[in-house]
Design a protein around this ligand. Structure first.
Ligand SMILES: Cc1cc2nc3c(=O)[nH]c(=O)nc-3n(C[C@H](O)[C@H](O)[C@H](O)COP(=O)(O)O)c2cc1C
Ligand SMILES: C=C(O[C@@H]1CC(C(=O)O)=C[C@@H](OP(=O)(O)O)[C@H]1O)C(=O)O
Length: 382
């Protein structure tokens, strides 16, 4: 079973992870992994921190001569900002400048109470979305395996605050993806991109922050990943748990789930057809999952992010000594929705890989390939 464990603090030395259960003989291009890390850092609306970091992964084990060995893959991303936080983050010496004003919307107060701490810094450090850097690297390693089976996972920004990009886009087309990648917002429509940037600037001027919505699509996912047999093997359970665990994500949707909930059944159940020797659906309202199992159509999700909780504009709170106070501000992103799309792509890549390996098993890529080819032949109509 593919699994990972990650650790690390936002302003500590770095982030670490161990991936276990990854098959052998998978070629890994570290440049492609680092490209995912760079994509995650880009995007209009990010704060000062992203000017300091230049995320690159260092592999410590499990890859040799450009290929996985089947042993645990351990890796590390250094925090460049650590040099500015060495006193505060010292593992031995206690830092006296404790943070005692919890920010509404962040983990601050719940973390303090739960872990019986007296310095909110201890909560901030691990609750921070800095952790999404290492999860992106884990997903990017998984993408290297999925690439071999022509799986492609892409995303775009649909909305920043109230500004929507309503363009209908075929995201399987290279030229459309190129356009999205070149956009500072990672949206498709250049005119809307301008309005989104203005919206972020306006929020920044007001000391405010913004959330939004992204769409993520995984192409070429074979029918048969996940299962209806138990609740925790359902693909929608697995994907939603992983996506909802991303910091500041407050809702998600599979396919046209919301629209379907206010339609007639015959309008939104995707008709079954045969195309190129395989069962397909004439539409994809279900977003590629029926009965907890992928159905061979693209897996489509929409993910909703709340506005960044740390705002320059103060919010009423209460100090740890009970006195009324206004939330504190050091620095923060104004909007991280473009980054969210990249994080979702890679988190989805991990979950799909896990279920791909559950289905096609095998300790080496060769065994997986045999099992995959055999299965695709079996479910073909030819
Ligand atoms: C890519 C990304 C960047 C983020 N940047 C910030 C930030 O700069 N400041 C902040 O307060 N929250 C930021 N967040 C959100 C917080 O980490 C998150 O709201 C907080 O941990 C509380 O968790 P919850 O919103 O899931 O309940 C970011 C989230 C993501 C995904
Ligand atoms: C460091 C990252 O995101 C951080 C997530 C984050 C938070 O509170 O979640 C707060 C900010 O960090 P800082 O407090 O150092 O300014 C973001 O920059 C990153 O995405 O790599």
């Amino acid at each position: 079973m593919l699994r990972f464990l990650d650790a690390g603090e936002s302003h500590g030395k770095g982030l670490v992870a161990i991936i276990e259960g990854f098959p052998s003989n998978v070629e890994i291009d570290i440049n492609r992994v680092n490209l995912q890390l760079a994509r995650r850092q880009r995007g209009y609306g990010r704060g000062e921190r992203m000017k300091i970091e230049y995320d690159q992964v260092e592999i410590l084990s499990g890859i040799r001569g450009g290929k996985t060995t089947g042993s645990p893959i351990s890796m590390l991303i250094y925090n460049k900002d650590y040099k500015n936080w060495m006193d505060i983050m010292d593992i031995q010496k206690e830092y006296t400048g404790k943070i005692t004003v919890p920010r509404p919307g962040h983990a601050d107060l719940n973390g303090i109470l739960k872990y019986n701490l007296n310095d909110i810094r201890n909560v901030i450090e691990r609750a921070s979305a800095r952790e999404t850097a290492i999860r992106t690297a884990i997903g990017a390693i998984c993408m290297e395996l999925l690439n071999k089976f022509d799986v492609k996972i892409v995303s775009r920004v649909l909305r920043i605050g109230k500004v929507e990009d309503l363009s209908r886009v075929d995201m399987s087309a290279e030229e459309n993806i190129k356009r999205i990648e070149e956009s500072q917002i990672r949206c498709f429509d250049a005119k809307i991109e301008k309005r989104m940037i203005e919206e972020i600037e306006l929020a920044k001027e007001k000391g405010e922050t913004l959330g939004g919505e992204v769409e993520v699509i995984a192409y070429n996912i074979p029918c048969g990943l996940g299962s209806y047999s138990s609740y925790d093997r359902r693909m929608d359970y697995i994907i939603s748990g992983a996506i909802m665990s991303i910091q500041a994500v407050k809702a998600m949707e599979f396919g046209e789930g919301i629209m379907a909930s206010c339609s007639y059944g015959s309008e939104v159940n995707d008709e079954i057809i045969v195309e190129n020797d395989y069962y397909k659906r004439s539409t994809n309202y279900a977003g590629g999952i029926e009965g907890g199992i992928t159905n061979g159509m693209p897996v489509v999700i929409k993910v909703y992010m709340k506005p960044i909780p740390t705002t320059r504009k103060g919010i009423k709170t209460v100090k740890l000594n009970g006195e009324e106070a206004i939330s504190r501000y050091e620095r923060s992103d104004t909007c991280a929705v473009p980054s969210l799309g990249v994080v979702c792509e890679n988190i989805l890549a991990f979950e799909i890989t896990k279920e791909f390996l559950n289905k096609f098993g095998g300790d080496s890529i060769e065994d997986i390939r045999n099992s995959y080819d055999f299965y695709l032949k079996r479910i073909s109509r030819r």
